[in-house]
Design a protein around this ligand. Structure first.
Ligand SMILES: Nc1ncnc2c1ncn2[C@@H]1O[C@H](COP(=O)(O)OP(=O)(O)OP(=O)(O)O)[C@@H](O)[C@H]1O
Ligand SMILES: [Mg+2]
Length: 1016
């Protein structure tokens, strides 16, 4: 909720303030000009164009048929409306259904939803939506789901038998339907019951142009299985049946008879129709079709005989003889005798149609009863009921006949019921709330109901009387009788009784009733016949012999069923859905003002609104009112501490409500005019914006503070951990240092004692220290005895050696010691050059430098000092030709200034140390070295590629003699060298299983050495 408020910026506030102008108000009760039909229509139109098809009048729902699929009936929508306060969400049929359901559960009582409206206004759709909502929202178990399926599937079956295509609606219900849905105390749908009213049987034998018979006929012919059709003697062609072709539109694009047939078949099996039931049912439907095809001829005397006898074969299972006689004769009962009198052709056709209608009507009733058996709830515990009444609304055509009379009478009764129930509930609410009852001015239509139904004097009584009276009764005699008996009634007028002006609008055979919704002119022609229905009049006596059981006048039957219905409804809480058709052409987004105005009038919506508005326009529980508007008063915002009633009192005082604008009941506030509420609502919309900003600021501050505190806490935690860690490390370091210093001091103190645990480390340290220093400070010449580092006292042996060396230099007698010392010095140098860099270095450590070489070296060293003799070191090498890399045995000799490559006695190449750029060796275990020389002249020889078994020795010597310790480079992979200036060659090094040297395909010299590391 906070987020929603935050999102409502200034734009949002402005939008919601103008929304009322754009999409109208969602409850007509809040319409200021509530008596104005135009204002009513404006609001309806605005909403319709915004696809808002639902609007309330209090708890009544007005629904305008959108004639298009709207995305408002999804499961998500159902969930949204489940268990939500009625007025909290936009008006919806689901809101109404949910409210009915919840009220029923909480108050444990019965309810009904009256859905009315013109043909095509969406009544049946609305009732289906309600059923679907309950199917989803009610608790479900396997058993309950079974009932739910039956409730849902009873619809397609009833629609197949009771609906037909008319000019107004492709799926028009041709009967009134009342359906009870029974719920247990937990809200599970456990059963149902259906009542049907006034099926339009005449459709079976006659359809207007552009209309069809009941769907089931077409479904059977189009979709029926081959076997079934053969068994019923039917052909798959609707055109072959007279009862199906009169409207000349057996096929309609919006109706798929084949798939509907499948749905009906499936539904029949779900609602417990056995094989034999369905066989009989379709047998009768087929019989009606065959009956329609019967034709009559006149015999010589002009009496009717059946022309196409073969049809009789398929009919009803009645013996041919009997049926034939029944259709062509009438039975006259005269005193004790029964006489058969033959029909004329015209009369026989009339009798045939009457029979067809009667059969269909009875079949329909049988069907409803069967469905009821299937829906019957077996459990006898107490049930709650929601009734759905899908019934024709007020009908006013240019010519209104008997049917309109019945329908409008029905609506008159329902209006009476509405007034009684509404006023009753209004009064009850006032009493409950302790508010003084203010009489509501309304038009009580009891006077009209009485005019129609009063015993002996009412129109229905007069009609029945006229039907049964001996003598020549006609529609006109009926009219005269009415004029005579009820002529003075203020709501009844005929041509004869009317004043001059009114008379102009009436025909001679018309009578006009001033219904509550407006006046309707009825044409009296056909009233008697239609009321008789199957009662065939002929002179004084009655009747077709086989239909004597269908007696009783239609209108009386209807009246009785209405009385029954009224009784059913009176015991229940009413809810209303009024459906409106926006245009005659079934088009979406087309709002025909004249048509809608007509319906608004005849649906009694203005009257309904007037009754609703007679008292107070708005009433709400204190809690809800306070919760919504508490922000408008500083004392009630953000929270009111006292009772909600006191809070509301405080709030409206702050808002400046005048005393005549409201009343305070026990639990509710009643507001008389919508404008008072709108002013409050508008103030709230403005205030909401300010509140949103404040809440936003608070919320942001709160979030930032929370984040800051979190970060601070985290930082402190990290700091603590880090400090702890550092402190522990420091402590360990100090403890270690103390130990080391202690050991050092102890070692120092015992340094002159024999080696023991206490001084071993100290002595090692002193030795190492001395050697390291010595390594870094070696004298330039071994004979330079004065610049040798003085060893510490504990290195007695070194001191002695040193002394010996000094003496030896002075008198070279004990030459072995000198060799050893030299060996040590050179090895130290080799180590610094190659240790950890070249793979086979470790192997060379234990290999003493060759004595001969050493001897020579020493000799040369000394002689160079003594006699300035040049050669200082020599070693055999293999030299690889620069071109072709052929190996040649050579000697490598170092003098003070240069290195020589010698073949026997012949000097092959001289390399001045000044032009020696560097020496490359690989990091592997081979013994190759490449001497890089600076060469400027193209004739000059280039770098030397050599292999030397005494590699470490030779290079150590070279580094000493040439003073080039850093010129030796250990490289990986490949070494580039100059064959001669401007021409380069390569030596590639790699490890392998065995050592090899060869010229590779790429022209490089490939040196493979054994992998010492993996070997070791
Ligand atoms: N809520 C709706 N959404 C979409 N289309 C609708 C809606 N209500 C009705 N319709 C359309 O209008 C047509 C007629 O509706 P419906 O059959 O409910 O009328 P009705 O009032 O029962 O008429 P009748 O009195 O002839 O039985 C439907 O077939 C459907 O196409
Ligand atoms: Mg309908």
């Amino acid at each position: 909720r906070i987020i929603i408020i935050i999102m409502a910026g200034e734009k949002g506030v402005r939008a919601s303030l103008t929304a009322r102008d754009r999409v109208g108000i969602q409850d007509f009760v809040l319409l200021d000009a509530y008596t104005s039909e135009s204002a009513f229509l404006d609001n309806l139109r605005k909403r319709f164009h915004e696809n808002l098809i639902y609007t309330y009048i209090g708890t009544l729902l007005v629904s305008v048929n959108p004639y298009k699929d709207l995305d408002i009936y999804s499961k998500k929508q159902m969930d949204t409306y489940m268990g939500v306060n009625f007025f909290e969400l936009p008006p919806h049929i689901y809101a109404l259904a949910d409210n009915v359901f919840r009220t029923m559960l909480s108050e444990f009582n019965n309810h009904f939803i009256l859905i009315s409206g013109e043909s095509g206004a969406g009544k049946t759709e609305a009732s289906k939506k309600i059923l679907q909502f309950y199917a989803v929202s009610c608790p479900s178990t396997k058993l309950l789901n079974n009932v739910r399926d039956r409730l849902l599937l009873s619809n397609p079956v009833l629609e197949a038998f009771g609906n037909a295509k008319t000019l107004k609606n492709d799926n028009s219900s041709r009967f009134g339907k009342y359906m009870d849905i029974q719920f247990d105390h937990r809200g599970g749908a456990v059963g149902g019951h259906i009542l049907s009213y006034l099926l339009e049987k005449s459709r079976v034998v006659h359809q207007n142009h552009g209309e069809r018979n009941f769907h089931i006929f077409y479904q059977l012919v189009e979709g029926g299985e081959e076997d079934l059709l053969r068994w019923l003697g039917l052909e798959r062609n609707c055109k072959n049946y007279r009862y199906l072709v009169q409207g000349d539109c057996a096929k309609v694009s919006s109706i798929n008879d084949k798939s509907d047939w499948k749905t009906v078949r499936k539904a029949l099996s779900v609602i417990d129709f056995g094989e034999s039931d369905t066989e009989h049912l379709f047998g009768i439907i087929a019989s009606v079709l065959h009956l329609g095809n019967l034709k009559f001829d006149a015999d010589a005397r002009g009496y009717a005989t059946i022309k196409n006898n073969q049809e009789m074969h398929w009919l009803l299972g009645i013996p041919n003889q009997v049926l034939q006689q029944g259709l062509t004769h009438r039975k006259i009962e005269a005193k004790t005798e029964e006489v058969l009198s033959p029909f004329s052709v015209e009369h026989a056709a009339y009798a045939r149609d009457a029979l067809a209608k009667a059969i269909y009507g009875r079949t329909f009733n049988w069907l409803v009863n069967k469905i009821n058996e299937s829906l019957a709830n077996q459990d006898s515990s107490r049930k709650m009921v929601v009734g759905l009444l899908d019934i024709y609304g007020f009908e006013v055509f240019s010519v209104n006949s008997f049917e309109q009379f019945c329908i409008n009478y029905c609506n008159e009764k329902l209006q009476q019921l509405f007034i009684q129930l509404t006023l009753k509930s209004e009064q009850e609410e006032y009493e409950l709330e302790g508010i003084e009852w203010e009489p509501v001015p309304f038009f009580n239509n009891k006077i009209i109901c009485d005019l129609v139904e009063e015993k002996f004097r009412g129109i229905i009584s007069l009609l029945d009387e006229e039907c049964l009276r001996p003598g020549e009764a006609t529609d006109l005699t009926f009219l005269e009788k009415m004029e005579e008996k009820i002529g003075g009634h203020p709501h009844f007028v005929t041509h004869k009784l009317a004043d001059k002006n009114t008379r102009k609008t009436l025909e001679r055979g018309d009578f006009r009733l001033l219904h509550y919704a407006g006046e309707v002119t009825y044409c009296v022609v056909g009233f008697l016949d239609k009321n008789n229905d199957l009662l065939y009049r002929s002179g004084k006596e009655v009747i077709l012999f086989w239909v004597s059981m269908f007696s009783k006048a239609v209108v009386t039957q209807f009246k009785n069923s209405l009385v029954g219905l009224t009784e059913i409804l009176m015991s229940k809480e009413p809810w209303y859905v009024r459906c409106i058709k926006p245009n005659e052409s079934k088009q979406p987004a087309k709002f025909d003002d004249v048509l809608v105005r007509h319906q608004v009038k005849y649906l009694g919506l203005m009257e309904h609104l007037r009754v609703r508005r007679a008292g107070f326009a708005y009433r709400r529980k204190y809690e809800i009112f306070l919760q919504r508007y508490k922000a408008l008063c500083p004392d009630t915002w953000p929270n009111w501490k006292g009772t909600p009633a006191e809070g509301v009192r405080c709030l409206i005082k702050h808002l400046g409500y005048k005393t005549n604008e409201y009343k305070l009941g026990r639990t509710k506030i009643f507001i008389r005019h919508p404008r008072t509420l709108f002013a409050t609502e508008d103030a709230f919309q403005v205030c909401k914006h300010q509140l949103a900003t404040r809440i936003q600021a608070k919320y942001k501050g709160y979030r930032v503070k929370e984040d800051y505190l979190k970060q601070k806490e985290a930082a402190t935690k990290i700091e603590n951990c880090w400090r702890g860690l550092m402190a522990r490390k420091e402590r360990e370091r100090r403890a270690w240092a103390v130990k080391v210093i202690k050991k050092f001091i102890k070692g120092f103190m015992t340094r002159n004692q024999p080696a023991c645990i206490d001084n071993s480390e100290y002595l090692a340290y002193v030795r190492q220290n001395y050697l390291t220093r010595l390594k870094e400070n070696l004298p330039k010449s071994v004979l330079d005895m004065d610049s040798w580092l003085t060893p510490p006292p504990i290195l007695k042996e070194v001191n002695e050696l040193y002394m010996f060396l000094k003496n030896a230099v002075a008198s070279p007698c004990d030459i072995v010691w000198v060799f050893l010392l030299l060996q040590l010095l050179l090895k130290a140098q080799t180590s610094s050059m190659f240790k950890g860099k070249k793979e086979n270095y470790p192997l060379s450590v234990c290999r003493p430098f060759s004595s001969l070489c050493l001897f020579l070296f020493l000799f040369f060293l000394i002689s160079s000092q003594l006699f300035a003799f040049r050669p200082q070191y020599g070693v055999p090498v293999v030299k690889y030709d620069r071109n072709g890399f052929r190996p040649r045995l050579r000697q490598l000799i170092f003098t003070q200034e240069a290195a020589y490559l010698v073949e026997e006695t012949k000097i092959k190449q001289r390399i001045d140390f000044t032009s020696l750029k560097g020496v490359s060796v690989s990091n592997l275990s081979d013994n190759f070295l490449i001497l890089h020389v600076t060469c400027n002249d193209i004739k000059q020889k280039g770098d030397l590629v050599l292999q030397c078994d005494f590699l470490y020795e030779a290079l150590t010597k070279l580094s000493f003699i040439a003073d080039k310790q850093s010129c030796v480079k250990v490289v990986q992979g490949s070494v580039r060298f100059d064959i001669q200036p401007g021409r380069e060659g390569f030596v590639d090094f790699k490890s392998g299983q065995e050592s090899m040297v060869y010229r590779a395909k790429n022209g490089h010299l490939m040196v493979v050495s054994v992998d010492r590391k993996s070997n070791s």
